[in-house]
Each structure stands twice: as C-alpha cells, then as structure tokens.
Design a protein around this ligand. Structure first.
Ligand SMILES: *[C@@H]1O[C@H](CO)[C@@H](O)[C@H](O)[C@H]1NC(C)=O
Ligand SMILES: *[C@@H]1O[C@H](CO)[C@@H](O)[C@H](O)[C@H]1NC(C)=O
Ligand SMILES: *[C@@H]1O[C@H](CO)[C@@H](O)[C@H](O)[C@H]1NC(C)=O
Ligand SMILES: *[C@@H]1O[C@H](CO)[C@@H](O)[C@H](O)[C@H]1NC(C)=O
Ligand SMILES: *[C@@H]1O[C@H](CO)[C@@H](O)[C@H](O)[C@H]1NC(C)=O
Length: 613
C-alpha cells in the first residue's frame, strides 16, 4: 500500500542513492524511519472553536532530541495527519488557521474535523524518527455542562468565610496585549452537581466588568470558577478558558494563635516501665493566610527527637481539617520505657506564624496490680460459692442430717419424756393403714424411735381425755397425719391436736409436725390446724416415691424428729435396740390383747391397776 509518505520517502531514497529494493518493501519507511509509536503523554484536548496547539513529543526529552541541535544537524520537522477512521497519512496543508512554529502545530482555532492522530517526523538525509500524538476536539456543548476543558491547571484561591474578594481571570493581561479591542470575560461556576453560568443565583456574587466579585463568601461557594476570555484579532474572534479553584477559609478576624488541647494541665500519663509508651499531643493549628507554615513537636529534656536515641519516635496525623484550620495529633512513641525516663521532661509544643504554645506531660508510674492473680482468685471463690450454693440446695436435707448426727444433742439426755413420737391421725382405714403399716414400722423398726399410738398404747378403761393429754405431754413430737377428714368435731384426733398445740404453747417441750398423706385443700383443715400451720413443718408423702428410706420424705421427717445417732457406740446401740425390742413386744401385746401386759414405759402404777380392774 503506497501512502503519500512512503512515496515521498521512496522519492527521497532514490534521490539519496539508497537501494531501491529497500524502499520497495511492503512498508518502505520502516527500515529507514525509527517509529516511536504513539506518545505516552496521552491525548491533547482542545475545545472546538478555541485556540490550541500540538507540541511534537519527540522534544519532550531534550536529552534525546533537542530542537536547536537537530536543526543544526540538517533535520527537518514534518507533520502528517491520520484522520479518525482513516489509515492513510495525509500531509498537513498549512494556512492561517493551521500553522507550524518550531516544534508546534497551531490550530487557531480548532475545528471538530481536526480530531485524529498526528505524526511528527524528524529527518535528515541519513536518519529519521517519528512519533504519533492524538488530538481531541471537544464540542463545547458536550463539555461545558459541568467541567470546561482547560489547558492550564486551575489557580488556587482562598476566600475567608463571611468576607469578600474580587477574582480576575488569569492570563487576561496576555489577551489584552493580543487583542485589537477590549477582551470580554464570561464567568461560570461549577459546584457539583450543578453548574451555573453567570449570573449565579444569589446576590453574594456579582460580575463587575471582567472581574467576579464575591461580596460574602459562603461554604457552598467553594468550587471551580471558569472564565472565558474572548478577543478580536485579524478579523477573528479568538477565545481561551482558565479556571480558579476557590476554597473557603475561616474568617481572618478569628484568633489564629496555636494552642495545645492535650495534654491538659492536670492530665497525667500512667506509664509502665519496660513497655512501649505513647504520649499523645493534640494541637490546634489555625491557618494563617500567605504563611501556612505550622508545626507540632515533642522535646525531651529540651532536645528534639532527632538528637535523641532511636527509642524515641513520633507519629504525626491530621485529626481534623476545618477550613484549613488543622487539629494535628503528634504521638511520641517511647520504646522500652525505662525508669530513668520518668525523670525526664517531656514537652509538647505548637507553633505557627502567629504564636507558640507548649505544655509539659506529667508522667506517673503505674502501680502494677497482680490483676491476673486477683481475677483468678475471685473467679475461683465465686465458683466455689456457686458450687456450695448448688450443693446446699440439692443436698440440704442430707447436710442437715449429717450436721445433726455430729453436733445434735440427744434429747433423751435432757428431758424425761417417754415417747419420741405421738402419732395423731384420722381414724379411717386409709390413714390408719398408712400410720400402722408404714409410719409406725419405719419409725420404730428402722429408725429406732419410740412411737405412741393412742389406740394401741392406751389402756382400756381410762379417761380418754386425760390419757390423751398425758400421752401427748410425754411425747417429744406430735406427728399429725393431715387428711381431708382429719380432726372433725369431737373426734379423738381433734383432742390430740388441741392437746399438742396447747402443750407446745405452754411448756414448749413438744413440737408438732404435719405429715400430709394425701393432698388436702387448706380450706378443709380445722381451724386449729389452719392457725398453727404457719409455724409448723409440713412433710408431704409422695406415694411410691416416698417408700424408700432414702427418699426425701423420710429425710425431711428425720430432720424434724429428735436426733437419733446411728452410731457404732455399742452402749447406745444396745440400749436403743433393747428399747426397740421392748416396744415391739409391747406393741404386739397391746394389739393382740387389750388386757395384756403393761408397757414398761407407763409409769403410773395406779393407772395400770385401774385399767386391770
Ligand atoms: C469561543 O467560544 C464560543 C462560545 O463557546 C464559541 O462559540 C466560539 O466558536 C469560540 N471561538 C470563537 C473564535 O469565538
Ligand atoms: C539544545 O542544544 C543547544 C545547542 O546544542 C543548547 O544550547 C541548548 O541548551 C539545548 N537545549 C536543551 C534543552 O538541552
Ligand atoms: C543526520 O543526523 C544525524 C544525527 O541525528 C547525524 O549524525 C548525521 O550526520 C546527519 N546526516 C546528515 C546528512 O546531515
Ligand atoms: C475584516 O472584515 C471586514 C468585513 O467583514 C472586511 O471588510 C475587512 O477588510 C477585513 N479586514 C481584514 C484585515 O481582513
Ligand atoms: C480544589 O481545591 C481543593 C482544596 O484545596 C481540592 O481538594 C480540590 O481537589 C481542588 N479541585 C481541583 C479541580 O483542583
């Protein structure tokens, strides 16, 4: 494919006497011209209708290509163009609009059709180099929306809040020089996402002549301001655009002296020797217009950190930027803090153009508490308490029994009573059976108590009332088997209950225990029982569950009954077993024959005689 350029090169090559074979190859320029490809600097953007230019990128590295020296070596610079969508390089037709000046190609102004790739070629008779660069001509409508393409980086400008300032378009003076009439300026404001053309929607900003006057600066007026300069030259209207990045700062009337926020006057840093210690200094460093220099630093014994061992380092961090008034934190890090460091003087200082502040950090050694040991000890104690609590709640009956068996006193040694237990119950078959077959059997045979059951132990012929009172008075406990029919009016049971309650109230040597054989509603109880219930122990029989001697029922009952040590002391055991044997004998007799033998526990011989008669 023969392009214009290859044809040109071919021509030159033939003229220069180089081998025609080389130039007739499929890409004849290649062996002769070094191709740098496309410039890495990226595309150049120009707004349609504005002035723009391309600089040959070969000269971006003057150490390789120096325009002056290449000219002296007989080099010529050629520009070619590869329009968008074409693969044919075309020579540039120079005109008043498109002109070449040294290494630049000027477009005055740029047109939409100028978009494309441009190649600049530098060559003399024996050597050749070329490089490509892309040009983008942007439509003003596409780009004006919120950001105008500006060839020059924005100028930074600061306006204090609540104050005013006049903005002039940069480079306007240059336009004035070139212009044949007074240049005109148009202002834009871009505060994303809105983009305003002048006039802006408020009265705080106003264009006066070519300048923009900000009467009253507000935070929302920060942003990019664009100005487009338009001028006349040679019957042509030319224009260019510049931008100003406006940032608000705090009013100049505010105090600008720096100050230290931390450490406060009474702040104390607790330090631990052998560890890494961090002292935080926090300073307020206002911005001073035109003199923004400011600093925050630590000194140790009057020395800055660069004159101290490597153990001392600092970390700087901007905590807050409030309209350029900075809050800066400087952390002094001391590795492996030593006790001698405690005696050093640590000062934090802040400084800006307006002033200086310094404060001493007070250090105090931490009193090391053996926290771990303390925590463990406390934990173990709590755990033990918890265990004890649980154990007590689950096994309190067992514990109570155990305690009594060790420390309880045997009431037999301190009183002169005959019976351990007097059983009072309703005389109906169910309760009677429970009393005789279960309660009596276990209490007498298995637990070794002496039991008094009126119907069994009383002698025929006696006055029931007297005998009941006497029996009850001679018992240590009155065991009342509560049932629905218990203690109906005029019954033996009521008599027993009254006797028991009276004895308890008067002499205090008797305790009444309630045994609930079947669930009974409180309402069904006789008044005496109801009244006394509050103060009395109630043990519930729970059917088959309570049959075992190790069940809760028997344990509860044993707690209420007098202490009976199941000891191995022969004497006691012998005595009690003797007693049991006697009781058994007696009980057999009393049940088998109403006129039988007199129990040896009955002490009144007169009564015995009376009953015998
Ligand atoms: C200058 O800018 C205006 C407005 O965008 C545009 O219409 C015009 O083509 C540009 N160039 C000249 C020479 O006015
Ligand atoms: C280019 O070369 C000329 C003469 O050789 C020299 O005076 C000039 O400083 C050079 N420019 C650069 C940018 O190196
Ligand atoms: C062409 O330029 C090179 C260096 O760029 C130079 O060495 C050479 O002498 C020049 N050739 C002629 C014919 O001037
Ligand atoms: C400028 O344009 C006017 C008419 O548009 C023409 O009469 C005049 O000759 C032009 N001047 C130049 C310097 O081109
Ligand atoms: C304008 O200035 C602000 C603050 O200095 C900066 O954050 C922002 O990037 C700047 N904008 C442009 C477009 O340069």
């Amino acid at each position: 494919m023969a392009t214009f350029i290859s044809a040109l090169v071919f021509l030159l090559a033939v003229m220069g006497g180089t081998s025609p074979a080389a130039s007739q190859s499929s890409a004849p320029t290649e062996p002769m011209c070094y191709d740098w490809g496309e410039s890495s600097e990226g595309a150049v953007s120009v707004v349609e209708g504005e002035v723009g230019w391309l600089s040959c990128p070969l000269f971006s590295h003057p150490s390789v290509y120096n325009y002056t020296s290449t000219q002296s070596a007989g080099h010529n610079l050629f520009w070619y163009r590869l329009p968008e969508g074409h693969d044919l390089e075309q020579p540039i037709t120079y005109s008043s609009r498109l002109s070449k000046d040294r290494e630049r190609l000027f477009l005055q102004p740029a047109a939409a059709a100028d978009t494309g790739q441009y190649i600049c070629m530098l060559r003399n008779k024996s050597s050749c180099s070329k490089i490509a660069i892309r040009l983008k001509v942007l439509r003003p409508d596409d780009v004006v929306k919120c950001a105008l393409p500006v060839a020059v980086a924005p100028i930074e400008d600061l306006i204090p809040l609540q104050e005013g300032k006049t903005l002039d378009c940069p480079d306007l003076q240059d336009a004035t020089k070139m212009s044949e009439s007074a240049p005109k300026v148009q202002w834009y404001f871009v505060a994303h996402p809105v983009c305003d053309w002048y006039p802006f929607w408020d009265s705080d900003r106003e264009q006066k002549g070519n300048s923009l006057q900000v009467h009253l600066m507000m935070e929302q007026y920060q942003g990019l301001y664009y100005c487009r300069v338009q001028y006349q030259r040679r019957n042509q209207t030319l224009n260019f655009t510049r931008s100003i990045n406006v940032t608000a700062i705090l009013p100049l009337s505010l105090p600008k002296e720096p100050s230290i926020m931390n450490p406060t006057h009474d702040q104390i840093f607790t330090v631990k020797t052998g560890t890494e210690v961090r002292l935080v200094c926090r300073g307020q460093l206002p911005f001073v217009l035109d003199k923004p220099w400011r600093e925050i630093w630590w000194t140790v014994d009057g020395k800055t950190l660069d004159k101290l061992p490597d153990r001392f380092t600092q970390i700087n961090r901007v905590v807050r930027d409030h309209f350029r008034d900075l809050t800066i934190e400087n952390i002094l890090v001391i590795q492996d803090f030593q006790s001698k460091d405690l005696k050093r003087e640590f000062y934090c200082s802040v400084k800006n153009e307006r002033g200086f502040d310094t404060r001493r950090a007070q250090l105090e050694e931490e009193v090391s508490l053996p926290t771990v040991e303390l925590g463990c000890g406390l934990g173990v104690t709590l755990l033990l308490m918890l265990i004890l609590f649980v154990v007590y709640h689950v096994f309190w009956l067992e514990l109570l029994l155990l305690y009594r068996s060790w420390f309880g006193t045997d009431e037999r040694h301190t009183d002169d009573k005959e019976f351990d237990v007097y059983i009072s119950y309703a005389r109906n078959s169910e309760e009677e059976q429970f009393v005789l077959l279960t309660l009596r059997r276990v209490l007498e045979n298995e637990l070794g108590y002496s039991v008094c059951i009126f119907d069994r132990d009383s002698l025929p012929g006696g006055t029931i009332t007297d005998e009941t009172l006497s029996f009850v008075a001679r018992s240590r406990r009155l065991l009342v088997v509560v049932s629905p029919g218990y203690a109906s009016q005029g019954s033996q049971a009521l008599l027993e209950l009254k006797a028991g309650i009276d004895t308890m109230a008067l002499a205090g040597h008797l305790r009444v225990i309630l045994v609930q054989y079947k669930p009974v509603r409180r309402k069904g109880w006789v008044r005496e029982l109801r009244r006394a219930r509050v103060a009395l122990a109630l043990v519930r029989w729970q059917g088959d569950k309570s049959r075992e001697l190790s069940s809760r029922f028997w344990k509860r009952l044993r707690v209420e009954l007098p202490v009976r040590r199941v000891s191995s002391r022969g004497e006691d055991e012998e005595e009690s077993s003797k007693e049991v044997a006697l009781m058994r004998l007696h009980s057999q007799n009393s049940t088998n024959s109403q006129t039988g033998l007199i129990s040896n526990t009955v002490k009144d011989p007169q009564k015995v005689l009376n009953s015998a008669a």
